[in-house]
Design a protein around this ligand. Structure first.
Ligand SMILES: [Zn+2]
Length: 231
C-alpha cells in the first residue's frame, strides 16, 4: 500500500517535512508510475527570529526555490505551497486549514494521503493530522481510500510519551531510494543539521535501518495507518 500507479498526496506542515516523513516512499512510488503532489501548509520562515521584512522575503523565496528543487528530486509532479505562519497553526481557524487541504484534494483526487502523526510534539503537526482527517472524511464518493501518518525526526520521537507515541504498522522497503531522499533533503540548504541532531543524514540512515529491522527489510520508512477503505 499504496498500489502502483496511485495518486498520492503528501500533506505537510513545514517545508522539508514532506521529505523527512516519506521522501523515499515517494521516490519509490514515482518510479512505479504513481502521480504525487505535495501540499506544504506553513511558510517555514515566520518562527525564525531577527529577520526584517526584506530579509524575510528573500529567505522565503530561497526556501520556496529549495522546496521545488527538493520535491523534483523524488519525482513530485506538483508542489503546492501555502503561507500559514509556523508554529502558530493553533491560532488559525481550523476551517481555513481544512479548506486549504480540501481545495487540493478536490483538484487532484488522491487515493492515498500521507501526513503527520497526531502524536508529534510539534503543535502544527498535530493540527495538520486532524485537519487532514476532516478534509478527507469518508463521504460517499470521496476519492481518498488510504490515510497514513509518517514520523518526523525531531518531532515524533521528542514527544516522550509512550502512551501516545508513534506506533508504526506499515513498512515500505526504501533500500533503493534512501539515497534519493537524502539527495532531496540536501537541496533544503540550512534545514539539515550535524549528527547527533535527528535531522541529520546519519540519524535518517539509522532510523531507516531500525524501521527496516522491525519488518525484515534492509531499510524502511514506517507509517501508522489512520484509515483504509477498499471499495
Ligand atoms: Zn514540521
Amino acid at each position: 500500500m499504496p498500489a502502483e500507479k496511485s495518486r498520492i498526496l503528501v500533506v505537510a506542515a513545514h517545508p522539508d517535512d514532506e521529505l523527512l516523513g516519506c521522501g523515499a516512499t515517494v521516490a519509490r512510488q514515482s518510479a512505479r508510475g504513481s502521480t504525487i503532489w505535495s501540499l506544504v501548509l506553513g511558510e517555514g520562515i515566520t518562527s525564525r527570529k531577527g529577520l526584517g521584512s526584506p530579509q524575510k522575503a528573500r529567505a522565503l523565496k530561497k526556501l520556496q526555490d529549495d522546496s521545488r528543487k527538493a520535491n523534483a528530486v523524488v519525482g513530485v509532479k506538483k508542489l503546492v505551497l501555502k503561507d500559514f505562519a509556523d508554529n502558530k497553526f493553533d491560532s488559525v481557524p481550523r476551517l481555513e486549514l481544512v479548506h486549504a487541504i480540501e481545495e487540493v484534494v478536490c483538484a487532484f483526487k488522491p487515493d492515498t494521503v500521507y501526513t503527520h502523526s497526531s502524536t508529534d510534539l510539534n503543535i502544527d503537526h498535530q493540527i495538520v493530522c486532524e485537519a487532514v482527517k476532516t478534509a478527507c472524511r469518508p463521504l460517499p464518493g470521496s476519492p481518498v481510500r488510504h490515510i497514513l501518518s509518517f514520523e518526523i525526526p525531531s518531532a515524533t520521537e521528542w514527544r516522550f510519551d509512550s502512551a501516545k507515541g508513534f506506533s508504526p504498522n506499515v513498512f515500505v522497503d526504501v533500500s533503493r531510494f534512501l539515497d534519493k531522499k537524502l539527495k532531496a533533503l540536501a537541496a533544503y540548504k540550512g534545514e539539515m543539521r550535524p549528527f547527533p541532531h535527528p535531522r541529520s543524514e546519519k540519524y535518517i540512515r539509522a532510523l531507516a535501518a531500525v524501521r527496516g529491522g522491525q519488518a525484515g527489510l534492509p531499510a524502511a520508512e514506517a507509517f501508522s495507518l489512520i484509515r483504509s477503505v477498499s471499495a
